[in-house]
Every structure is written in C-alpha cells, then in structure tokens.
Design a protein around this ligand. Structure first.
Ligand code: AHR
Length: 500
C-alpha cells in the first residue's frame, strides 16, 4: 500500500495556467492544414481556422499559444505576413522540409486564432537574422493604440485596434538554430533588443522572455543571467520576465530518436526516465536562477518540451509528424506533475507542438481529426490551471529493467481549485503492477470523490480508423472512509481524482 499524504493547510505556489500552454510553429502540417485551412476551404472553418480543431482545443482550455517558432522564428520577417494575401511574399522554409511558405498565416491570423481559442498570445521575435528596428516595429504594430506609421499600417490591413500581447520572446535557441551564438554574445544582444520591446500600455505589460538553455547547459543559464539580470525596482523594469528552457525526450538519443509506436519494455522505461529527468533540469537551472533572483520573480519558461521520435514512415522527415501512444500520455502526466510541483519557479510551459507536429494533442488527415492520448491528459489536468498547489508526497519505489533507466513507480501533484475542489493527478509508470494507494488528508473534509482515467496497453493509440481506443474513462473504484481515500491505480495509467 502506497501512502499519499496531502496537507491542505500547507498551500504552496499558484499553478499558473500558462504551464498548460502550447506551441505552434510554421512547420510541416502544424499550422497549415492542422489549424489554418483558409476561408475558401471545404473543411468547416471560421475565418480560415478549422472549427473542429478550435473546438477541441477550447475544451482543454489552451491558456497560451507560442508562435511562429521555434527555429522558424529567427528567419521570420513579420512584414512578409501582413496585407493582402495574394501580395504576400513567398519564401522557402529552409528549416522544415524546404517547402514554400506563402505567409498566408501571419500576425492578423495568429491573433484571430488566439481570439477564437480565448488564450494569451506569446510571439517569438527574430533576433537571429532580424534587426532591432524590425522587432521594435512588430511590437508597435501589435500593441500601440496611438497614431504611428505602424498603427496606420495595421488599420489599413483591417485592424485599427491594438491586440493584447502577453509574452514576447527575444530570439529562439540562439545557441543553435537562432544564430549559433555564445552566451555572452547573445546576452549583450538580448539587452539591446529588449530595450526596444516597448510597453505602450502600462496596464497590459508585455513579459519579455530571454532565450535560455538547451537541456543541461548550465553555463548558458549562468552566463546569460550574469549579463542580463537586473532586479526590477519600482521605476526601473528588469531586463527579463522569463528565461526559457528547452528539453525533448528522444528515447534512443538525438541521432536515432526511436519509433513512436514500435518499442519494447526497456525503451518504455528509458523514455519515462528521460521524461522524469525534467525534474532534475528544473531544479538545477532553478538553483542558478535562485542565485540572482531568490524571490523568484523571473519565470522559468519551458517553452518547448515533449517527445521527439523518428517521423511516421512515408512522411516528410522535415515535417516531424509522429503518432502518440499511452507512453506519451505517461510522459505528459509525469512532466505536468513536475511543473505543478515546481510552480514557484516554472511560470509557463509549451508543449511541442499543438497539432500534427511532435507530441501533438491533435492529429489531422484532410477533414478528419483525432485526439491523441496526450490530449486526454491535458483534458484531465486542466483543473490545475490557476489552482493553488498543495503540499503532498507519495511513497514510491524504483522500478525499471536497466540500472541506468530506473524511475519512481508513481508520481503525483495536488491542487485546490478556486471553487474549493481538490484535484489529485497521479501516474503509474509500471508496465505490469497495479498499486493500492491510501490517501491521508489533513486540513480538508472530503465528502465526495470522483475519478477519471487514461489507461491502456503500452502501444495503444488512436488512429483515423479507431479514433477512440484511448480516451478518458470514468474511474469509480474509489472508497472514502474515515477521511481516507483508497483506490488502486492500474499499470500504465494517468489518473485524476476530484475531491469535494
Ligand atoms: O519544435 C521543433 C524545433 O525544436 C524548434 O523549431 C526548435 O526551437 C527546437 O530545436
């Protein structure tokens, strides 16, 4: 019997809703086909956005969307994507498949998408190959409400009112595809570029995101903070509001990656051990951030995370299209539990990527759409958005088939929503063991418990032929007696309990 101890009297950080954020790049069928089909498409759409996809995304309450990249961001020139569509410049998407980008999805379309989703906008600017002026004018075009050349242009293009821009990224992966810079060079460029990301409306502050490290590059974190950190005082803004971190799970390493659907038990545990490694990354980068910012005013922004496999056979290698199984559900459940439990520092995270690319929540094929196991985990975890993290811990044991890739059998996080409901999310990483759990609750009078679960065999997935094989199912085998909640969590599962 594993004990789960929850102390509802010990309220910890607020779980920013943005931890449940998404990322969509001009990559493969992520935006074009996956989200944007154009107004003339036979696929039902509103202002060019697929209604099926938008409706599904609204259900999981997408809180924030990052766009246009990724590596694409540092090659993107925003002025190519405004004005009459037939006059927009065409370009080659050199990073992703060498296909023609016709720029029919640009700034106006992105904000239309955010409006339809009801989410915050996170735009990633171009520091790698763009000028300071270009970046500064983009922010002016988006956010300025007064009279200026950029606002006149915006009005001419059909949108007199400014939009709300909540987050702005100043470069992406500038240690790699965003210019191959060393930390010192990037940090100085960052200081300069961020100066011109103006806050035209002090009541709607733009949070500035500085490019952070790749995986465990702690030197990047230290060096960038050394140059860019400035404490924000009353009349003097700091230079940054967030520092990003990118980490992908490649089961067999960056070169080989590994199949999304054809893997054995050893690779199951290896993948989950790599997902669990996020905890160490968040804590280690967090310790460096603490040296500069002990009050945790700067957010750790994990704006790219997820599984990255070998592409589906027969698809364009540059499109990063992959299937999604119960293993991905576990990766999502484990990772989101880690973010919740570190929400004092992790202020945003963006799954890569929302539709048809990497660990997507949705896959499309022409007019058809399926929801992935990862989607269902986001659906069950949505109750944590903006809830209060509670102190909790669970008894675990190490499991796995290889010494190097051992993992805890269970992970959990617990929060209290604004309506007073307690939400417990758990993952069982074991391939063959169900675990009995006894929950001991302090400071909370439990009256009723309901449950839902995503569970299956390790290779289970949804396909266009069998779209509902993996879905959220009710979980009723819970008892509540003497204030204790008891249940058995099945192997290979992600579970959500709501306690009132
Ligand atoms: O998400 C795919 C790519 O991964 C992004 O473009 C880049 O930032 C990262 O390397």
């Amino acid at each position: 019997m594993a004990r789960l101890v929850i102390n509802a009297l010990n309220k910890k950080s607020r779980i920013n809703k943005e931890i449940y954020g998404h990322f969509s790049e001009h990559l493969g069928r992520g935006i074009y086909e996956g989200i944007y089909v154009g107004e003339d498409s036979a696929i039902p759409n509103k202002n060019g956005m697929r209604t099926d996809v938008v409706e599904a995304l609204k259900k999981i309450k997408v809180p924030v969307l990052r766009w246009p990249g990724g590596c694409f961001a540092d090659e993107y020139h925003w002025m190519d994507g405004i004005g009459p569509k037939e006059q927009r410049k065409k370009m080659i998407n050199t990073h992703w498949g060498g296909v023609v980008e016709d720029n029919s999805f640009g700034t106006h379309e992105f904000f239309e998408l955010c409006k339809q989703l009801g989410c915050e906008a996170y735009v990633n600017g171009n520091l790698g190959s763009g000028t300071v002026r270009e970046m500064s004018e983009w922010v002016e075009y988006i956010t300025f409400g007064g009279l200026s050349p950029m606002t006149e242009l915006r009005a001419k293009n059909g949108h007199p009112e400014p939009w709300k821009l909540s987050y702005f990224g100043i470069g992406n992966e500038n240690w790699g595809c965003g210019g191959n810079m060393n930390p010192d060079y990037y940090a100085n460029k960052y200081r300069r570029y961020q100066t011109y990301v103006r806050n035209y409306d002090e009541s709607k502050t733009i949070s500035k995101i500085c490019c952070g490290a790749n995986v465990d590059d702690y030197e990047w974190t230290s060096e960038v903070l050394k140059t860019c950190f400035r404490r924000s005082e009353e009349k003097m803004h700091g230079f940054m509001d967030g520092l990003s971190l990118h980490y992908y799970v490649h089961p067999e390493g960056w070169e080989i990656k590994g199949s999304a659907t054809d893997f054995d038990e050893k690779v199951w545990y290896k993948t989950l051990a790599k997902a669990w490694y996020m905890k160490e990354l968040v804590e280690s980068h967090g310790r460096i951030m603490d040296e500069y910012d002990p009050e945790k005013k700067i957010g750790m922004i994990v704006d790219e995370w997820g599984t990255w496999y070998t592409v589906e056979p027969g698809t364009n290698p540059g499109f990063l299209y992959q299937q999604n199984t119960i293993r991905d559900a576990l990766v999502a459940g484990i990772t989101l539990n880690i973010f919740n439990k570190h929400s004092d520092r992790v202020k945003m995270a963006n799954l890569a990527q929302m539709v048809n690319v990497l660990q997507s929540v949705i896959l499309t094929d022409g007019a058809d759409m399926i929801l992935t196991p990862t989607y269902h985990v986001f659906d069950m975890y949505k109750y944590h958005q903006d809830a209060q993290l509670l102190d909790s811990c669970i008894e675990t044991e190490e499991i796995g088939l290889e010494e190097a890739w051992r993992v805890p059998n269970l992970t959990e996080s617990v929060s209290e929503a604004q309506d007073g409901t307690l939400h417990i999310t758990l993952t069982n990483l074991s391939l063959d063991e169900d675990y009995a759990v006894e929950t001991v609750l302090t400071g909370f009078e439990a009256g009723k418990v309901t449950g839902e679960i995503v569970h299956g065999e390790m290779h289970d997935k949804n396909t266009f032929e069998d779209p509902h094989k993996v879905q959220v199912r009710p979980f009723d085998e819970v008892t509540l007696a003497d204030g204790k909640i008891c249940f058995t969590i099945p192997r290979c599962s992600v579970l959500h309990l709501a306690v009132k």
